[in-house]
Every structure is written in C-alpha cells, then in structure tokens.
Write a protein that binds this ligand. Structure first.
Ligand code: 13P
Ligand code: SF4
Length: 318
C-alpha cells in the first residue's frame, strides 16, 4: 500500500511488519476491542471486552499503550497509566453513549437525587467518570450492583437499555439516564424474526445494549466476551449475533464448524457496524505508531478524579 513518508515521498509499506517492528522498537502493547477490523485484531497483543482491556491496561509493563478501540477506552487506559503515552489511531473514534451524556447535565440529574449512588457504564467521558461513584461494564455490572447495600438507592448512566435489563434481572430499582448506543438500538426486530423463520435452528444472542424488543427474544444476553464464550460452549451450530459484527471474526476462529449470522439493522445493509470503531484502520494504526500521535492528553486533576471510580470497579470485579 502507498503511504506518504515524513519527507513527503510515496513508498510501498507493509503495514503489518512495520507495526510489529515499531511495537518492538517502542516496547509497546497493542490492545484491541473485538469490534476492530480483523487485520487489527490479528496484530493485537490482547483482544478483549471493555473490562478485560482495562484490566490489561492496568497491569501492562509496556512503555507505550496503543489502543485500537474508541476514545473512552483509550482514555480509561490513560487514567490507569498517567505517566505512559497512550496512542489512539483516530481521535474521532467516539461513542454515541459517551456523547449523549455530557457531565454538566449528568451533574444536574445527580443533584436531584443526592442520596443516590451513581454507577456509570464505562462508555462515558472521563468528566462523567469523575463525578461517578463506581464504573461498570456489561460484564461486571451485576457483580457490582450486588455489592451495593439493599437500602442504598442507585442512579445508572448513560445506557438506558443496559440499565433496564439489569433492573429486571436484579430486581433493583434504579434512576436511569436515557442514553443509548446508536448501533445496538438499530437492530430490526422484524428482520430478526424473518431470519429466525429462515433459520429455525439458529439461536439469537444479544448484547445488553440492545433494545428490550430484541433482548426479550434472545436466548443468551451478555458482554462481547460472554457472547464469544457462549458460542464456544453452546451445542447449537448456528447463531444470529445481535452486536457489532467485528466480534464474529473471533467467533469464527473459536468455532470454525459453526455459522454466525450478523443481526441486521432496519436500514438496507446486512450488518450493523459501529462507524466509530471502524474509524481505526491498519494504516492509521501504523501511522500513530510511526508518529507517536494522536496521543491521549488529559488534565492531571481530571485523571486523579476519574481514577477513583475506575479503581473501585477493578477492586469490586475481583
Ligand atoms: P463490551 O465489549 O464491554 O461488551 O462493550 C461493548 C461495546 O459496545 C463497547 O463499546
Ligand atoms: Fe459506542 Fe455503540 Fe460504538 Fe460501542 S458500538 S463504541 S457503545 S457507539
């Protein structure tokens, strides 16, 4: 592939071997989320869900963290490693959940319920983390909620779908912020019903960021890593997968004899990719390592404040 060098000459670059060379040279670790392009997943030292990636970031001894994921994930890695450079291939890799929950508005919501504990889903900005009591992900939310005393009222932000699902599952009442993921919200119940008729042997599995109409039809609900574990152990040979289709790459590797059908959105395309996750490309991964930017830069005070609820989550997840 052609790329412009620092001296503005165009040359052929083998991104894969260059990324590996730069990784060694800078003693970097590449952390990738399951929703990344398969060629990026193939280069990662660790592929995981939001919790696993935070745990890896916390314990890494690499000098540089290269985060192939979205901004809030790289920001979390930076909060856990304030003295290390954290690189993100595209700084515009945001998240609709994080964008739909500005900290000043969440603060106003919080002020209305001063006796409540605020648990925030990790898909939020560092500013939101800084005003939260505990952070959670879709893989540890139940464990965290089960550790909150029964008489302590809870507020949950920003994902209403995950919040409603957890309220039903745990029987705990929570005040919810009305945010959502614009990828998981667009799965079409109508098209999924057609797919189930076409493939009666297929099981529907879904991420809890999906709307209730999808979740109530699902035979298994879980975070990306639990969905992946589930398809390895469940005897079914065919699955309709209601989450971002990047995960199907690892599902296929783990269970090559099984069939994975991406759940379709209402719009005309067959699958439902996260446009933010897909902003990272192999070329941008190479460029960010070559140029050591874009880098996550954060205010020290914000890092200190956002660290506490993240650390609390990591402790409570053990
Ligand atoms: P998990 O990987 O933690 O399940 O989260 C999914 C997601 O939407 C990440 O943005
Ligand atoms: Fe955010 Fe949804 Fe994309 Fe995950 S899939 S990063 S929740 S917009």
């Amino acid at each position: 592939m052609l790329v412009e060098t620092k001296s503005n000459q165009k040359t052929d670059i083998d991104y894969r071997s260059e990324v590996l060379r730069l990784k060694d040279e800078m003693n970097a670790v590449i952390l990738a989320h399951y929703y990344q392009e398969s060629e990026i997943q193939d280069l990662a030292d660790f592929i995981g869900d939001s919790l696993q990636l935070s745990q890896q970031a916390e314990k890494t001894d690499a000098d540089v963290i290269v985060f192939a994921g979205v901004h809030f994930m790289a920001e979390t890695a930076k909060i856990l490693n304030p003295h290390k450079p954290v690189l993100l291939p595209d700084l515009n890799a945001g998240c609709s959940l994080a964008e739909g929950c500005p900290a000043p508005l969440l603060q106003q919501f919080k002020d209305k319920y001063p006796d409540h504990i605020l648990i925030s889903y990790i898909n939020c900005s560092a500013e939101v983390k800084a005003i939260s009591d505990i952070i959670c992900t879709s893989s540890n939310v139940e464990k965290i909620i089960s550790q909150i005393p029964e008489d302590k009222p809870i507020m949950f932000a920003p994902d209403k779908n995950l919040g409603q699902y957890i309220m039903k599952k745990t029987g705990r009442e929570m005040k919810l912020w009305m945010g959502s993921c614009f990828v998981h919200e667009t799965f079409s119940g109508r098209k999924i019903t057609h797919l189930k008729l076409e493939h009666p042997d297929a099981k529907l599995i879904a991420h809890p960021e999906c709307e209730e109409v999808i979740l109530k039809e699902a035979e298994f609900i879980g975070s990306t890593s639990s969905l992946l574990n589930h398809v390895k152990t469940d005897p079914a040979k065919k699955f309709i997968v209601a989450t971002e289709p990047g995960i199907i790459y690892q599902m296929q590797k783990a269970a090559p004899d099984k069939t994975f059908i991406p759940a379709p959105p209402e719009a005309s395309c067959a699958c439902n990719e996260c446009p933010y996750m897909k902003l990272n490309t192999l070329e941008k991964l190479y460029l960010c390592m070559r140029d050591r930017k874009p880098e996550i830069i954060m205010d020290e005070d914000l890092i200190v404040r956002a660290y506490k609820p993240i650390k609390r989550m990591l402790e409570m997840s053990k």
